[in-house]
Design a protein around this ligand. Structure first.
Ligand SMILES: Nc1ncnc2c1ncn2[C@@H]1O[C@H](COP(=O)(O)OP(=O)(O)OP(=O)(O)O)[C@@H](O)[C@H]1O
Length: 247
């Protein structure tokens, strides 16, 4: 769980990463920010205190996409998008063209009429992302949103999130295990370790060899490739000895 932590501020308009080893508290932090688990602290969004808002009002402002998606309902992909938007905006008419537009932007418009229960894990993850974006929240909390996606969709989703976040001034926080994605796509990272914030700031500045060893138990550093992209170069893992190749 978490120990009296202060995380943030996560800047709007830029992608932000929550990093840390298994069990360090990343999902718990996201759920606490989304109001999905009780916490004693305060969550502020653009200066507004979210604690105490009723669930629907909070869901309108802040959309949390969980790591494990619920069992698929007997609905089509399009119907699930319309239903998700109704939860946050019950007074608004269904907007089928807008929902189809979000499916197209994520790259799954061909799945619109397919039952959700027939989709693969990665396809369902993409539906979850389209649902979340279609609700137009002011904060998007995504728990390992790329974990089931192939490289094409990982890149595509990161590019879409970066574009939408910049365009609408969204606060977009992603739990990531891939440190290279944090380095190359995120402006800010919050590194958790044993339920505490170990570091907070630009990924390039905070992912030092000392931090990578203390948190992940790897002997590694940030390197820069020929194309100018940063990557984590791992020399060894504490319990396994030397690892010969870079990752
Ligand atoms: N419902 C729960 N009841 C009790 N302990 C929990 C519960 N959910 C999580 N925990 C504990 O809280 C700690 C943090 O869990 P959390 O799921 O936030 O980790 P995480 O950083 O997201 O891990 P992972 O990378 O493996 O998904 C873990 O030690 C976990 O066992």
């Amino acid at each position: 769980m978490l120990h009296d932590i202060t995380a943030g501020p996560f800047p709007p308009g830029r992608l932000c990463a929550v990093l840390g080893p298994n069990g360090s508290g990343k999902s718990t932090l996201l759920r606490a920010m989304g109001g999905l688990v009780p916490s004693r602290g305060q969550v502020l969004l653009h200066g507004q205190v979210l604690d105490g808002l009723d669930l629907r009002a909070r869901a309108r402002l802040c959309c949390t996409l969980p790591q494990t998606l619920p069992e698929p309902l007997r609905l089509t992909v399009l119907e699930t998008l319309l239903a998700a938007r109704r939860v946050a905006h019950p007074a608004q008419e269904d907007d089928v063209p807008a929902a189809l537009g979000w499916l197209a932007r994520v790259g799954i418009e061909s799945l619109a009429m397919r039952p959700l229960s027939e989709l693969s894990g990665g396809q369902r993850q993409l539906v979850g992302l389209a649902q979340a974006l279609s609700r137009h929240p002011r904060a998007l909390l995504l728990d390992e949103p790329l974990s089931a996606l192939d490289p094409h969709y990982q890149y595509r989703v990161l590019a879409l999130l970066r574009e939408e976040t910049a365009r609408s001034g969204l606060v977009c926080i992603l739990v990531l295990h891939d440190l290279n994605q944090a380095l190359n796509w995120c402006e800010t990272a919050c590194v958790l370790h044993e339920g505490r914030v170990q570091a907070f700031g630009p990924p390039r500045a905070i992912l030092t060899p000392a931090l990578l060893h203390a948190v992940y138990r790897i002997h590694a550093c940030v390197d820069t490739g020929a194309q100018g992209q940063d990557f984590i170069s791992v020399q060894g893992v504490e319990t396994l000895g030397q690892v010969p190749q870079n990752v």
